[in-house]
Ligand binder design. Structure first.
Ligand SMILES: Nc1nc2c(ncn2[C@@H]2O[C@@H]3COP(=O)(O)O[C@H]4[C@@H](O)[C@H](n5cnc6c(=O)[nH]c(N)nc65)O[C@@H]4COP(=O)(O)O[C@H]3[C@H]2O)c(=O)[nH]1
Length: 795
C-alpha cells in the first residue's frame, strides 16, 4: 500500500493526474450515455459501451505509463497490447450484459462492477508483465487487492445508481463513479508494481507459476469477488425483504380499495389486488402470467402504450371491457399511472367496475327517450328516429309518412273517472295501436293523448290513410275501466316526407295541422295535410287568442230569444252568447263555442253567461224564466251545482225561474254522475231541459231515466215536419211519449205558420223560433217584457 501512495502522491505529476481524470470523465460520461440509451437495442448499447471502456482503459494506462517513465525506452510487446484491449472489451461486455439483462440487484451490480474493474486491472498487469518479460514483475500485493476492491466497488455503485429509479441524477452519479474507476484502476495497477529499476536489480528470477503476478492477481481478484458477493448477498436479502414488505404493504393498501388495482411493468402483470382477482375470476399466480392487454376485450384501448397514451389515461380514464369469468364482459373505467415500485418504475392500473353506473346511465338515457307510462318512445326519441327515417327516405328516393293522432273524448274520461283510469286508457290505446302496426312502423307518445306513427316507407298516401282508418276502427270497441265501458275516438292527420316537409319538425308540424283539421271537422276522421291548412290552423289559433282577450275585456254579449206557450204568451227567454268581434264582425256561437270547449274557455264563458243572464232575469218585473245552455265540458270540470247555487244567491234570482239546458253528450259520458247532477240541480229548485233532442243518439231511455222538466225538439226536425212525414211522425211520438212521462215539450226553430199550427194542434207545450221572435239584445228583451206587462195591465 505504501508503494501505491508513494506512486500516486509523489511520483505522479499533478498535470498527469488532471489529464487522467479529465480523460476518465469524458470516457465515463460517453460510456454511461451509450449504455443508458433505452431506445437503442441492448446489443448495440453493450458493444458501444464496451468499446469506449476498452479504449479508455488503454488510453489512460498508456498515458500514465508514459508520464511515469518518460525516459524509458520501451517497446510494447505485440500482440499483448491488442489482446489486452480485447480482454478489457470482453470483460466490459460481460459487465454490460449483466446490467442490461439480469434483474437489478446489488449482487448483479457488484458482479458487473467487479468484472469491469477486474478486466481493466487485468489488462494493465498483462501489458506490464509482457513488457518486463522474461524478468518477473515485482508488485505490492496489498496495493493490487486495494485497487481491485476499490475499483470494483466504485464500478458496482456506478451500475447500481444507473438503474436506480429513485435517484435524482442517475447518469451523472454513475458517470462520476465510473470515471473514478477508469482513473483509479490503470493508475493504481501501475502504482502497485515496484519501480522498473527495482525489477531489474531486486528480482532477477521469475516467480514460480503459482506466485506469478497474474496468478496472484487472479486469485486475489477471485477472493475479493467472493468476499464482495457475500456482502452483496446479505444486502440483496435485506433489499428483497424490504421489497417484499413494500409489495405486501402495497397489496394490503390496494386490497382496501373497491377498485381493481394492477401493478405491471412492460405490460406484464406483477401484482394485483383482491378486487381484480374477483372481477376476472383468476388467482394471483394465473394473472401474473398474463399481459395487461390480455385482460381486456379488444386489448388495452386504441392507444396501446407509450408515454403519451399513459399520460392520456391519467388525465382521462379509458372506457374498456374487462374479461370476467365465463367470457363475461365487465364495463370498466381504466386509469393508469407510472409510480416508483419496489426496484424500479411500474405502471399502476386502476380498474373501476362501472356496470351499475353504466346501467344507471343506460336507464337515464332510456327515460330521456321514452314515455314512462306506455314505454313508447317520447318526443325526443321520435325526433331522433324521424330524423334518420327522413335522411334515409331522401337518400333513397323513398316516401315516408307521419301520422299525428289525438284521442277524442279522452279528457272526459280523465276528468270523470280520474287520472288513474286515464292512464290505463292510454296504455290500452297504445296496445291497440301497436297491434295495427308492422315491425318497421314506429309508434311514439308525445304526451297527454297525443301519439305519432312513423311509416318508414309508403308507396302512396293511400297506404297511410288506410292504416289511419284501421286505427280509428280499432277504438270502436269500448274500453272497460274501473267497471265502466268507456268510448274514445281518434282524429288523425297524415303528412308525407318529402312532399310535406324535409325535416322532422316540419313533417310533424304538418301532420299536427292535418290532425287539427280532422278534429275541427268532426273528430274520428283522418285528414291528409294540404297546403292552406296552415292558414286555417293559424286563424283558429288567432281566434282563440282573440276570444281569450274578449272574455278578459268583457266584450261578449248575450242575446235573448223568447219562448211562447200555445196561447202566445211569453214563458221565458233563452240566453244565447254573441261575440261582436272588432274586425270580423258578429261571430256566431256555432263558431266560438266549440273552440271555447276545446280550449277550456267554456268554463269562464259559461259562468259569465249564467251570472249575467240570471242578473238580467232577476231585474225583469215578471216571473218569466231564463234558459241557459250548459256545456259538457263545464260539467266535467267544475262543481256545477255549487256554481249554480252561488249564482242564484248572488243574483237573487228565484231558482224556479232558471232553466238549464243540457245535451245528450253531457249525459252519455258518465251516466251516474250526470244523473246525480240533474237530481242535485233540481233539488236546488232549478228546472232542467234536455236540449237538441232528435240529434245524436236521441235515446228515449234518457227521457225515462232522467228527471227532466222538459224536452226541446231540435230545429233540424222541426223544419222538416211539414214536408217529411217521417220527421213529423218522430216529433209527434216525442210529444206523446214526453207527455206520458209528464215532460213538457218545446219545439225549436219554428219558422213558418204551418209548422206552428201542426205543433200547437198536436199538443206541443212551448214554441221557439224566428217566426215568433229572434234572439235580441237585453234592452230589446226588457222592452218586450215591459210591453207585455203593459198589455196585461191594460186588459
Ligand atoms: N235557423 C234558425 N235558427 C233558430 C231559430 N230559432 C232559434 N234558432 C237558433 O237555434 C239556436 C238555439 O240554441 P241551441 O239549440 O241551444 O244552440 C246553441 C247552443 O248550443 C250554443 N250556445 C249559444 N250560447 C251558448 C252558451 O251561452 N253556452 C253554451 N254552452 N252554448 C251556447 O250555440 C248554439 C247556437 O246558438 P245560436 O246560433 O244562437 O242559435 C240558437 C238560435 O239562434 C229558427 O227559427 N231558425
Amino acid at each position: 500500500m505504501e508503494r501505491l501512495f508513494t506512486f500516486l502522491l509523489s511520483e505522479q505529476h499533478v498535470r498527469s493526474h488532471i489529464t487522467v481524470i479529465l480523460q476518465a470523465f469524458l470516457f465515463a460520461a460517453l460510456a454511461i450515455f451509450l449504455l443508458s440509451r433505452k431506445t437503442w437495442p441492448a446489443q448495440l448499447r453493450m458493444l458501444l459501451f464496451s468499446l469506449v471502456i476498452s479504449i479508455a482503459d488503454l488510453t489512460i494506462f498508456f498515458d500514465t505509463f508514459w508520464s511515469t517513465y518518460p525516459n524509458l525506452l520501451w517497446n510494447f510487446p505485440q500482440p499483448a497490447t491488442e489482446i489486452t484491449g480485447l480482454l478489457t472489451f470482453l470483460f466490459a461486455i460481460g459487465a454490460a450484459y449483466l446490467y442490461l439483462n439480469v434483474k437489478r440487484s446489488i449482487k448483479t451490480a457488484i458482479m458487473s462492477g467487479a468484472l469491469l474493474a477486474f478486466g481493466m486491472a487485468f489488462s494493465a498487469f498483462e501489458i506490464l508483465v509482457a513488457t518486463v518479460s522474461p524478468a518477473t514483475l515485482a508488485y505490492d500485493l496489498s496495493a493490487v487487492l486495494s485497487v481491485l476492491v476499490v475499483g470494483a466497488t466504485l464500478c458496482a455503485f456506478s451500475f447500481w445508481e444507473l438503474g436506480n429509479p429513485l435517484a435524482m441524477r442517475p447518469r451523472l452519479t454513475s458517470s462520476i463513479l465510473l470515471a473514478l474507476t477508469l482513473a483509479l484502476v490503470p493508475l493504481g495497477s501501475m502504482g502497485s508494481i515496484l519501480p522498473f529499476d527495482q525489477w531489474l536489480t531486486v528480482i532477477q528470477t521469475p516467480d514460480s507459476a503459482l506466485f506469478s503476478p497474474l496468478s496472484v492477481m487472479c486469485l486475489s481478484g477471485g477472493l475479493a469477488m467472493v468476499f464482495l458477493l457475500c456482502i452483496a448477498s446479505l444486502l440483496d436479502i435485506r433489499v428483497a425483504t424490504s421489497q417484499q414488505r413494500e409489495g405486501d404493504r402495497m397489496r394490503h393498501l390496494a386490497d382496501g380499495t373497491f377498485e381493481g388495482i394492477l401493478i405491471s411493468r412492460d405490460n406484464v402483470v406483477m401484482d394485483a389486488n383482491q378486487s381484480i382477482l374477483d372481477m376476472t375470476g383468476l388467482d394471483l399466480n394465473d394473472i401474473k402470467l398474463l399481459k395487461v392487454p390480455d385482460l381486456f376485450a379488444g386489448g388495452f384501448g386504441a392507444k396501446k402504450d407509450g408515454a403519451a397514451a399513459l399520460a392520456d389515461r391519467v388525465a382521462a380514464p379509458e372506457q374498456l371491457e374487462l374479461l370476467g369469468p365465463a367470457g363475461r364482459r365487465i364495463p370498466v373505467e381504466v386509469l393508469s399511472r407510472e409510480v416508483p415500485y419496489v426496484d424500479g418504475q411500474a405502471t399502476v392500473v386502476a380498474i373501476r367496475d362501472v356496470t351499475e353506473r353504466k346501467a344507471a346511465e343506460d336507464y337515464i338515457r332510456y327515460l330521456a327517450m321514452h314515455d314512462t307510462l306506455t314505454s313508447l318512445p317520447n318526443r325526443r326519441g321520435l325526433e331522433n328516429v324521424l330524423g334518420q327515417v327522413i335522411d334515409h327516405a331522401l337518400k333513397h328516393g323513398l316516401m315516408a309518412a307521419v301520422l299525428g293522432l289525438d284521442l277524442d273524448g279522452f279528457k272526459a274520461v280523465n276528468d270523470s273517472l280520474g287520472h288513474h283510469a286515464g292512464d290505463m286508457l292510454l296504455k290500452e290505446v297504445a296496445v291497440r295501436f301497436q297491434a295495427q302496426l308492422r315491425d318497421t312502423d314506429y309508434l311514439a307518445r308525445l304526451g297527454g293523448d297525443e301519439f305519432v306513427i312513423v311509416l318508414r316507407s309508403v308507396a302512396n298516401v293511400e297506404d297511410a290513410v288506410q292504416l289511419a282508418k284501421r286505427l280509428i276502427a280499432c277504438l270502436w270497441q269500448p274500453f272497460t275501466l274501473a267497471g265502466h265501458d268507456v268510448y274514445v275516438g281518434v282524429s288523425i292527420g297524415v303528412a308525407l316526407c318529402p312532399r310535406d316537409g324535409e325535416t322532422a319538425q316540419m313533417v310533424l308540424k304538418n301532420a299536427d295541422i292535418a290532425m287539427y283539421q280532422a278534429k275541427i271537422k268532426g273528430k274520428g276522421q283522418v285528414y291528409e295535410f294540404q297546403a292552406g291548412m296552415e292558414t286555417a290552423a293559424r286563424e283558429r289559433h288567432d281566434l282563440e287568442l282573440d276570444l281569450r282577450a274578449a272574455l278578459g275585456r268583457n266584450e261578449l254579449q248575450i242575446y235573448y230569444q223568447p219562448l211562447f206557450d200555445v196561447s202566445g204568451g211569453i214563458t221565458g227567454f233563452e240566453a244565447l252568447a254573441r261575440w261582436p268581434h272588432p274586425v270580423r264582425g258578429m261571430i256566431p256561437p256555432d263558431r266560438f263555442i266549440p273552440l271555447a270547449e276545446e280550449t277550456g274557455l267554456i268554463v269562464p264563458l259559461g259562468e259569465w253567461v249564467l251570472k249575467t243572464a240570471c242578473t238580467v232575469a232577476a231585474g225583469w218585473q215578471s216571473d218569466i224564466s231564463i234558459a241557459v245552455n250548459l256545456s259538457p265540458t263545464q260539467f266535467q270540470r267544475v262543481d256545477l251545482v255549487n256554481v249554480v247555487m252561488k249564482t242564484l244567491e248572488e243574483t237573487g234570482l228565484e231558482p224556479a225561474r232558471l232553466e238549464l239546458e243540457v245535451t245528450e253528450t253531457l249525459l252519455m259520458e258518465d251516466v251516474p254522475k250526470a244523473l246525480a247532477l240533474v237530481r242535485d240541480l233540481r233539488a236546488l229548485g232549478v228546472r232542467v231541459a234536455l236540449d237538441d233532442f232528435g240529434t245524436g243518439y236521441s235515446s228515449l231511455a234518457y227521457l225515462h231515466n232522467f228527471p227532466f222538466d222538459k224536452v226541446k225538439v231540435d230545429r233540424s226536425f222541426i223544419n222538416k215536419i211539414t214536408n217529411d212525414p217521417n220527421a213529423w211522425t218522430i216529433v209527434e211520438s216525442i210529444i206523446v211519449m214526453s207527455h206520458k212521462l209528464k215532460l213538457r215539450v218545446t219545439a225549436e226553430g219554428i219558422e213558418t205558420g204551418a209548422q206552428l199550427s201542426m205543433l200547437t194542434e198536436h199538443g206541443c207545450d212551448e214554441m221557439q223560433g224566428f217566426l215568433l221572435g229572434r234572439p235580441m239584445p237585453e234592452m230589446q228583451a226588457s222592452r218586450l217584457i215591459a210591453s207585455l206587462g203593459d198589455l196585461r195591465d191594460a186588459s
